[in-house]
Design a protein around this ligand. Structure first.
Ligand code: ADP
Length: 447
């Protein structure tokens, strides 16, 4: 399992990267192919248009396109020459007519949305000649050869025709602006689909990996818990076993005082085990979300005092003392007495457990707008910010080397949180490593 997990992550990551790379290169070549297809269609449309224009090229000039009306007083042979000269396309057609033909052929080739500009000129290089047809936007787009694409079509009289050599050669140039953009737009649904599915794939991968990681962590935690629990039960069982052995010896059997001492030990260990079983049962209860609150009016101050009384001895052993300031005027809340007592008990227990000598346990209460705020503060070992974030998780324990003497299941605070939530209260933690920890609970007022 340990080896398989990184292997799976590696393989899936690799194939994901592979898929993305392939998609990108596939998309790039798709762009090229689409641009070529577009170019093909443009050339086809131009060729058809060219043919149509040529069919009328070189026939007698129509007078409507002439810049100057033929002068009636011209010498007749000059007039004849003029009439005989095969006219150029630029002379025979207007810009509008050429545009109309081009548009028609563009549409026929499926280029309905494609914009274009054109020029027809006898000068293929400079486009400076006068007798040319030029669409209005042509000058704007002709310079930018990076974004726009030029297409040139030679308007040639077919070889062998009797007009060959008589008419000046003309060139039709079409510029399609923003070719890349047009091609991109055509592929946008494919691109969107590819991106969408890649994102879904990534998300699924992320969810799977995080679920696997969580599972892994859970099984580690469960192992920890079982080890911990075995240890916690083995110690009292061993002590009880030793005490029973001692009770069986003749020396002890005859000595009442000694006998009481050993039965006392057995009772104490029994209590300890009971407490642990209780903790585990609480956790099991939370797991099934079976906590049923038996709400009654409860006096917070009374419970605090009662819990603290039980810890008197432990506090003395640690050479510590409690500083209690119960300032809330109204300390009555609607709560389940047993669970609420357990809650306070767990917090005070932790404050005592995770402390050094000279423990000062500060407990105070104040009324807030919502109810009552209880603050349980210690000057113990404290926690890092990362730990604070996780202490309410079930089974979570801070792994600190010097803490091995403190036993626990990591269930106490998750229970505390569950109970506070069930009462619609709030809990907050402030902690500084080495300085101490405060738990602040706000419980809503009764009524
Ligand atoms: P447990 O005490 O059984 O380990 P808890 O859920 O009660 O489990 O506490 C979780 C962890 O939070 C503890 O292991 C401890 O590291 C840390 N912790 C709790 N209370 C305190 C405190 N008052 N000061 C420092 N650390 C604390």
């Amino acid at each position: 399992m340990k080896r398989i997990f990184p292997l799976i992550i590696l393989l899936v990551s690799l194939s994901l990267i592979g898929i993305i790379v392939i998609q990108v290169s596939w998309f790039r070549s798709m762009l090229v192919v689409k641009e070529d297809q577009l170019a093909e269609k443009v050339i086809k449309a131009m060729a058809v248009t060219g043919q149509e224009l040529m069919e009328q090229k070189g026939t007698l000039p129509s007078l409507k396109n002439r810049r100057s009306r033929p002068n009636i007083t011209w010498p007749s042979d000059q007039l004849m020459m003029e009439l005989m000269k095969p006219s150029t396309i630029s002379e025979k057609f207007t810009t509008y007519e050429v545009d109309e033909k081009l548009r028609k052929n563009f549409n026929a080739n499926g280029l309905n949305d494609t914009r274009y500009e054109f020029v027809i000129s006898s000068d293929a290089g400079g486009f400076l000649s006068y007798d040319e047809l030029r669409s209005r936007g042509f000058d704007r787009v002709v310079e930018d050869t990076i974004r726009n694409r030029r297409f040139v079509y030679l308007l040639q009289v077919p070889a062998g025709s009797n007009m060959e050599g008589l008419v000046p050669e003309e060139v039709m140039m079409v510029v399609v602006p923003n070719v890349k953009h047009i091609v991109f737009r055509e592929l946008r649904w494919m691109l969107a689909g590819a991106i969408l599915f890649t994102i879904i794939l990534l998300a699924a991968f992320y969810v799977t990996v995080s679920a696997l990681l969580r599972q892994k962590k859970m099984s580690e935690i469960k192992n920890d818990f079982i080890n911990n629990m075995t240890h916690e039960f083995k110690t009292p069982l061993a002590t009880i076993s030793l005490a029973v052995d001692a009770l069986r010896t003749e020396k002890v059997a005859n000595d009442r005082e000694k006998g009481e001492y050993f039965t006392g030990i057995i009772k104490e260990e029994n209590k300890r085990m009971n407490k642990q079983v209780e903790t585990i049962l609480q956790a099991a209860l939370m797991d099934r979300q079976e906590i049923q609150l038996n709400r009654k009016p409860v006096h917070v101050h009374a419970i605090l005092e009662q819990v603290l009384e039980n810890f008197d001895l432990q506090l003395q052993n640690k050479g510590g003392h409690a500083d209690i300031q119960l300032q809330a005027k109204n300390d009555e809340i609607q709560a389940d007495e047993v669970h609420f007592t357990n809650l306070i008990n767990n917090l005070v227990d932790n404050a005592v457990k995770y402390s050094r000598d000279n423990l000062v346990l500060k407990i105070n209460t104040v009324n807030t707008s919502r109810g009552i705020q209880i603050r349980i503060e210690d000057n113990g070992i404290g926690m890092t910010k990362e730990s604070v974030k996780r202490i309410f998780e079930k089974f979570y324990r801070v792994h600190t080397g010097n803490l091995h003497n403190v036993k626990g299941f990591g269930l106490g605070l998750s229970y505390v949180k569950t109970i506070v939530d069930a009462h619609h209260g709030k809990i907050k933690v402030e902690s500084a490593l080495g300085k101490g920890t405060s738990f602040i609970i706000e419980m809503p007022a009764s009524g």
